[in-house]
Ligand binder design. Structure first.
Ligand SMILES: NC(=O)C1=CN([C@@H]2O[C@H](COP(=O)(O)OP(=O)(O)OC[C@H]3O[C@@H](n4cnc5c(N)ncnc54)[C@H](OP(=O)(O)O)[C@@H]3O)[C@@H](O)[C@H]2O)[C@@H](O)CC1
Ligand SMILES: Nc1ncnc2c1ncn2[C@@H]1O[C@H](COP(=O)(O)OP(=O)(O)O)[C@@H](O)[C@H]1O
Ligand SMILES: [K+]
Length: 539
């Protein structure tokens, strides 16, 4: 499991660790790891004489960058440090850089002709280290740093962000002003949520984690009574985590034992959505799929194995979970189907038109005994909350949490980085992520910040397996069917959502393989995604 922690958690762990280590040891570890990555980047074309620019701000982030720059200079690179706060530069880092033969340019707010002076080294640079600001940052880059951005972008150099891209909010991934886009981010100790969430992930590039020994401290804090507490702010599944919970039939399992998923979807106007949701459900691990609705013939033509009912969900027969909404329409038939499904006593996934119908009623808790999962994209989430779509896209995590609390449901917010979160007071304490840290509890995420319940209880997952090729009509319907099937197969709601998003993203990659793909092809790639994941468990 990959995990991410908020700045206050990182600071607390850092303080605890520093008490036990010699002065400067943590920065030495960070700079060593950073320099190693940079050397690897420079090596193919040669390190000796390689032009490197270090952008250094006023804090320890600049210190990391300067110490790493000194190491590169020690290996023969031609390093120029550009100091954005010349009077407040990290003294040890600056001294090390000078001692290793690095050049130094002043580029503070009061320095004249800055652009002319830095233009030449930047235009020649093969590598730029962004040590302007790290986890101490607030808001977008300030003008003295922002004015360098066009020069960096025009240089064509590889940009390596130190800890995180300067100007990016570490906790939320929000970009509220100018930000230095990186090809690669070398982050220290733990991932920061903003590197994994949208839109931050889009400016961080590939993220490389350098171990500086914070892990045990973070785990200790998670269980302790003092400090920020809480487990990781974010969990990010890997193959082995998914393999551990995939529903695999035993020798004595029959199809009903594997779970039956019901789908209330499709309409004369949108029959395809039902077919696509079914195509995900039949490959989900459930033993059987029931369809209830008006486009049974289209469903049967594509999937003869489905049990169909040409009426409402209530009379369709027993299921272990319902999916309601894809292509359902928002008329009275849709309204009726939604009402019947929500009145059932099994887990329900509400998608697409089902969410549209609920949005029209406005935010109110659903008060169901069984779990309810919403699977909106940003536009649907915005309608459910009565906010602009752009607001959801700017801060998806905060809005996913608000949505979960306003309706009392688990939320899977779709996007390039899909977020899964439960409402503030989740039932049960078992499951993925629960075993992390001595506290055994889940994540804190932004819950406290959003004023949303007990920050220590709530788990938040982010899915990183997706690809832009999944932005194709109907791929969300496939996801709804898949997750519904996982629910029917018995996975707890958060696990079903997180595992479904993971397999769906992977299937999207396999189906696309670098070229356009279609929703049916994504569904057809699900078994291969499953096999790839499962093979990590069997070796
Ligand atoms: N924690 C750990 O475990 C370890 C941490 N390490 C490293 O330390 C880094 C954190 O260092 P840090 O605390 O010195 O803060 P940092 O990010 O350098 O900012 C410094 C100052 O910048 C300013 N500033 C603020 N916003 C700004 C903006 N938008 N644009 C421009 N400037 C802005 C603001 O100063 P102000 O001008 O407001 O007084 C702020 O105080 C961390 O990211 C990692 O690299 C590793 O060495 C080892 C282990
Ligand atoms: N840029 C992207 N990167 C990764 N996944 C994406 C991207 N854009 C969309 N997706 C995924 O594609 C699916 C689209 O679902 P949705 O918006 O409901 O489309 P539709 O309504 O056409 O089915 C979601 O699973 C979403 O996470
Ligand atoms: K940085």
């Amino acid at each position: 499991m990959r995990t991410a922690h908020r700045v206050e958690q990182v600071r607390a762990a850092e303080a605890a660790l520093m008490r036990r280590l010699p002065d400067g040891e943590l920065m030495r570890r960070a700079a060593t790891g950073l320099a190693a990555v940079c050397l690897e980047l420079l090596s193919p074309a040669g390190v000796y004489g390689a032009p490197v620019v270090v952008l250094a701000g006023s804090g320890d982030n600049g210190g990391d960058a300067l110490f790493a720059g000194a190491r590169l200079a020690g290996r023969g690179a031609a390093v120029t440090a550009v100091l954005l706060s010349p009077r407040r530069t990290h003294p040890g880092g600056l001294a090390a850089l000078r001692a290793a033969g690095g050049r130094v340019l002043h580029a503070g707010p009061d320095d004249a002709d800055v652009l002319e002076r830095v233009a030449v080294p930047l235009s020649r640079a093969r590598l730029v280290l962004d040590g302007i600001v790290g986890i101490g940052g607030r808001g977008g880059l300030r003008p003295e740093a922002a004015r360098l951005l066009p020069l960096v972008e025009a240089s064509g150099a590889t940009v390596v962000a130190v800890d995180l891209p300067s100007g990016l909010d570490a906790d939320t991934g929000r970009v509220s002003g100018p930000v230095l886009r990186a090809h690669l981010t070398v982050t220290f100790g733990t991932h920061k949520p903003g590197l994994l969430l949208s839109p931050g992930a889009g400016v961080a590039g590939t993220v490389h984690l350098v171990d500086i020994g914070l892990g045990p401290e973070l785990a200790r804090l998670a269980g302790g009574p003092d400090g920020p507490g809480g487990g990781p702010a974010l969990y990010c599944l890997q193959h082995a985590d998914v393999a551990a919970v995939l529903p695999v039939p035993g020798r004595d399992t029959d199809k009903y034992g594997r779970g039956v998923v019901g789908l209330a979807a499709g309409s004369e106007r949108y029959p395809g959505a039902a077919v696509l949701a079914v195509s995900g459900a039949v490959r989900s691990g459930a033993g059987a799929v029931r369809y209830a609705g008006s486009v049974a013939d289209a469903v049967l033509a594509a999937h003869p194995e489905v049990l169909v009912h040409r009426g409402g969900p209530r009379e369709a027969g027993r299921v272990q979970a319902w999916v309601v909404g894809p292509g359902l329409g928002t008329g009275s038939a849709g309204e009726e189907a939604l009402g019947e499904v929500l009145a059932s006593d099994v887990p329900v996934l509400v998608d697409a038109d089902g969410l549209g119908l609920l949005a029209a009623r406005g935010p109110e808790p659903l008060y169901r005994d069984a779990p309810t999962l919403f699977t909106p994209h940003a536009g649907e989430a915005a309608r459910l909350l009565g906010v602009e779509r752009a607001a959801v896209e700017a801060e998806p995590l905060a809005h996913a949490l608000r949505l979960a609390d306003a309706y009392g449901v688990t939320v899977l917010l779709k996007g390039d980085r899909t977020i899964i979160t439960e409402p503030a007071a989740p039932g049960g304490a078992e499951g993925l992520g629960r075993a992390q840290g001595p506290g055994g509890d889940g994540a804190g995420a932004e819950a406290g910040r959003g004023g949303a319940g007990d920050a220590r209880e709530r788990r938040v997952f982010v899915n990183t397996t997706g690809t832009g090729w999944l932005a194709t009509a109907g791929s969300g319907d496939v996801l709804a069917g898949l997750v519904g099937g996982l629910l029917a197969a018995g996975l707890p709601v958060v696990e079903a959502a997180a595992v479904g998003a993971y397999l769906h993203g992977l299937a999207g990659r396999l189906a696309a393989s670098g070229a356009p793909t279609t929703a049916p092809d994504v569904a057809r790639a699900l078994p291969e995604a499953w096999r790839q994941v499962a093979s990590t468990a069997t070796g």
